[in-house]
Ligand binder design. Structure first.
Ligand code: SF4
Length: 488
């Protein structure tokens, strides 16, 4: 048995030193935050692609790239928080505020099960009207009916509000969260999604996520889950008011807490150093982060989206830097008073910025097994290109999504198209389960994509959009011409 130890750092080397990048790709070294920032802001795009791809191949091999069949279920849109990037939440009095009945939720999972799905991603607003028993009954009901479907549910901000709503016993936040999590886990909850990560740096977080938990609380929830042997994922939403250093700080914090989880609860080998990661396969390894996914902020229908874009004509005239970069510090210590325009300028991210950020996340997060492509925000073809910028996983077939589609992005792909995208990129598509174990490798003519004889007539059918339920229960979407996107 090998005890986990973080990889060595070489801070005296430039981030673009090919010897260092090769060692990182092989799982023999790790980036410092300073080197991560240098890569993100100064490395050629091709260099990022070359080495993040090499690292991905070192971890996952050259053959299989995965996807999962799961369903995003947003059980309620009533929420106490006031995130200014969110077009999904309702206060509760609006005509389209909703909380789904248990039977409605079972119907959705049945539809998923009918197409071979293995997981639901269940997240909601933070609804103060739902007691703990509502969740326990739901989870018990799901386990009874669908024992083969993993419930990947309830992001850290929801868990923190569960603590506030249910007032569980415990002398610390960690103990209180564990009290709630033990009960949810006993009732059938399998793993935690990384929703609500956004950007950890306090200056950014307090501006965009009013009423949402801070970084310490977010990470504590995940640590509590890891202590119970549960797997979780982490996320980052960028491309708004944050600076580049904030993105690196965010990745660094996830890496640090992953080190902590692996050292405190794990007993496996160094993750990321071999193909077929032992943090996934080794049953002795304890709970930890399995995957990381990041995506750019989607501005439509949101208050944050109405903030002026940098640079404004006045910014150009005065030659000021982007306020987010003035405030951002690698240790997360920046404060809003460092620039009077902080939070008043947006810097949106496009495809190149997305690929750069994802590639750096692959290189920074040496102790995280999977990097997910965010085709849901970026579209199928950039999502496919992301497989050459560090991503090994195409995420989920999208049966339903309500959160990001509320913000104007609505890509929708089915299993055949996902498989085709993976195969056209030169890989073999593999359906995975919630632990990233491949359950079906598509090599025969019966593969979902190879069964399609006429792609020009192929349509992806989005089964349901909660907010449009009254007007349109089923919406047909032509692949690549419409948009639908993922959750927080
Ligand atoms: S992003 Fe989530 S927590 Fe924030 S307002 Fe929307 S539903 Fe609520």
């Amino acid at each position: 048995m090998t005890i986990y130890r973080p990889l060595p750092e070489y801070p005296h080397l430039s981030a673009t030193d090919t010897g260092l990048l090769s060692a990182i790709a092989r799982g023999e070294a790790r980036l410092t935050p300073e080197q991560g920032l240098e890569l993100l802001t100064a490395a050629p795009l091709h260099t990022l692609g070359r080495f993040s791809d090499a690292m991905c191949r070192s971890k996952h091999g050259d053959d299989i790239r995965t996807y999962v069949i799961d369903r995003n279920i947003n059980y309620t849109n009533i929420c106490t928080a006031k995130c200014i990037f969110c077009a999904f939440k309702r206060a509760g009095h609006e005509h389209d505020a909703y909380t789904l009945e248990h039977e409605e939720l079972y119907e959705k999972v049945q539809e998923l099960s009918d197409i071979g799905g293995t997981q639901i991603l269940m997240q909601g607003g933070m609804n103060p009207h739902l007691p703990l028993d509502w969740y326990l009954e739901l989870l018990n009901g799901l386990r009874e009916r669908f024992p083969h479907v993993n419930v990947h549910g309830f992001s850290p901000p929801e868990l923190i509000e569960f603590v506030n709503f249910f007032d569980p016993p415990g002398s610390s936040l960690l103990e209180q969260v564990r009290w709630v999590l033990v009960r949810l886990k006993e009732a059938g909850m399998g793993s935690l999604p990384g929703g609500g990560g956004e950007i950890f740096a306090p200056a950014v977080r307090t501006k965009i996520g009013l009423g949402k938990c801070d970084m310490e609380a977010w990470l504590t929830v995940m640590y509590a889950a890891h202590s119970l042997g549960m797997f979780t994922s982490a996320s980052m939403m960028y491309g708004h008011i944050e600076g580049y250093a904030d993105r690196i700080h965010h990745m660094w914090a996830v890496r640090e807490w992953q080190d902590k989880a692996l050292m405190d609860f794990g007993s496996g080998e160094v993750p990321g150093s071999i193909k077929g990661d032992p943090t996934v396969k080794n049953p002795e390894t304890g709970g930890h982060y399995l995957g990381f996914i990041s995506w750019p902020f989607q501005p439509d229908n949101t208050a944050l989206g109405r903030v002026p874009h940098y640079p404004t004509p006045e910014d150009l005239e005065s030659g000021v830097s982007f306020p987010g970069d003035v405030v951002a510090k690698l240790d997360g210590s920046g404060t809003k008073d460092m620039d009077p325009n902080f939070g008043r300028r947006l810097r949106l991210s496009g495809s190149t910025e997305y690929l750069r950020t994802q590639a750096v996340s692959r290189l920074m997060l040496d102790n995280i097994y999977s990097i997910g492509s965010s085709w849901v925000t970026m579209g199928p073809h950039i999502g496919q290109t992301a497989l050459f910028y560090g991503a090994n996983d195409m995420g989920s077939v999208m049966m339903e999504e309500n959160v990001v589609s509320s913000a104007g992005t609505t890509y929708c792909l089915d299993e055949a198209v996902l498989c085709r995208l993976i195969r056209d990129a030169g890989f073999t598509p593999g359906q995975r389960d919630s632990k990233y174990d491949v359950i079906t490798t598509h090599t025969t003519k019966d593969s979902p994509d190879l069964k399609v004889t006429d792609w020009s007539a192929h349509r992806t059918q989005r089964l349901h959009i909660q907010n449009e339920a009254e007007t349109s229960e089923r919406v047909e979407v032509t692949v690549g011409k419409s948009d639908l996107q993922k959750t927080e």
